[in-house]
Write a protein that binds this ligand. Structure first.
Ligand code: HEC
Length: 190
């Protein structure tokens, strides 16, 4: 019996040491994350659409190629966070998912298969930084560059993509699929 109580005390001590976020902190990071993702996706998709109008898909791809990462980096610096977009099927090798992000991507894929809603997540990552994740779903307008070759993806776009991204995995998607996630890392809590 004595060892049983000892075990309970040990469990309590261990769980007290395990860092976690309070309800209030979770709400705070969730709101911040929602806001940052909203402005970052508006910025990316707004510029993408205007480039499409200016010079068609080739111009838009050139814009994504040169500017998608610098834009998210700059917006991250402005908000004092790291902003990343990643996926199980990446186009740009620089967007490779971390171990934590892989877990989140699989979690969302499972939810999708179960027909459940995909909501943003907040957690403390192993390095002690609060993290926010949100799903990125495929919309019809994405298929021109992320759809199936010879179907939504014209051979002209397919060949531009092959030159710029020889290891591109981000094709063959359908509307509603999980394209990837937004991953935002906040500064470590002092
Ligand atoms: C005009 C072509 C084009 C369209 C339309 C487009 N994308 Fe992309 N997408 C790209 C290119 C090019 C990249 C690689 C960007 C880079 O080099 O950082 C990319 C990268 C991404 C990434 C980063 C992860 C990765 O694979 O490297 C995500 C997420 C993404 N796109 C989602 C979307 C979604 C969602 C839509 C629709 C709302 C969309 N894209 C529409 C061309 C496009």
């Amino acid at each position: 019996m004595k060892s049983f109580y000892g075990f309970i005390v040990l469990l309590l001590v261990l769980s007290a040491c395990e860092p976690s976020l309070s309800e209030k902190e979770i709400r705070h990071y969730r709101e911040q994350g929602d806001e940052i993702v909203k402005s970052a996706s508006e910025k990316l998709s707004g510029t993408l659409m205007s480039k499409m109008k200016e010079g068609g898909a080739a111009e838009a791809i050139a814009f994504c190629h040169q500017s998608a990462l610098p834009i998210t980096k700059k917006m991250g610096a402005y908000h004092d966070v790291d902003i990343k977009r990643t996926s199980l099927k990446i186009r740009n090798p620089e967007n490779l998912p971390s171990v934590e992000e892989l877990k989140v991507l699989h979690y969302y894929e499972d939810k999708l298969v179960e027909g459940k809603e995909l909501n943003p997540l907040v957690s403390l990552d192993p390095s002690g930084r609060p993290s926010y994740y949100a799903p990125i779903r495929v919309q019809k307008k994405c298929l021109m560059c992320h759809g199936t070759p010879k179907k939504e993806l014209s051979s002209a776009i397919d060949s531009i993509l092959k030159v710029k991204y020889p290891e591109d995995l981000a094709i063959g998607y359908n509307e509603g699929d999980l394209r990837g996630i937004w991953s935002i890392s906040f500064p470590e809590i002092e």
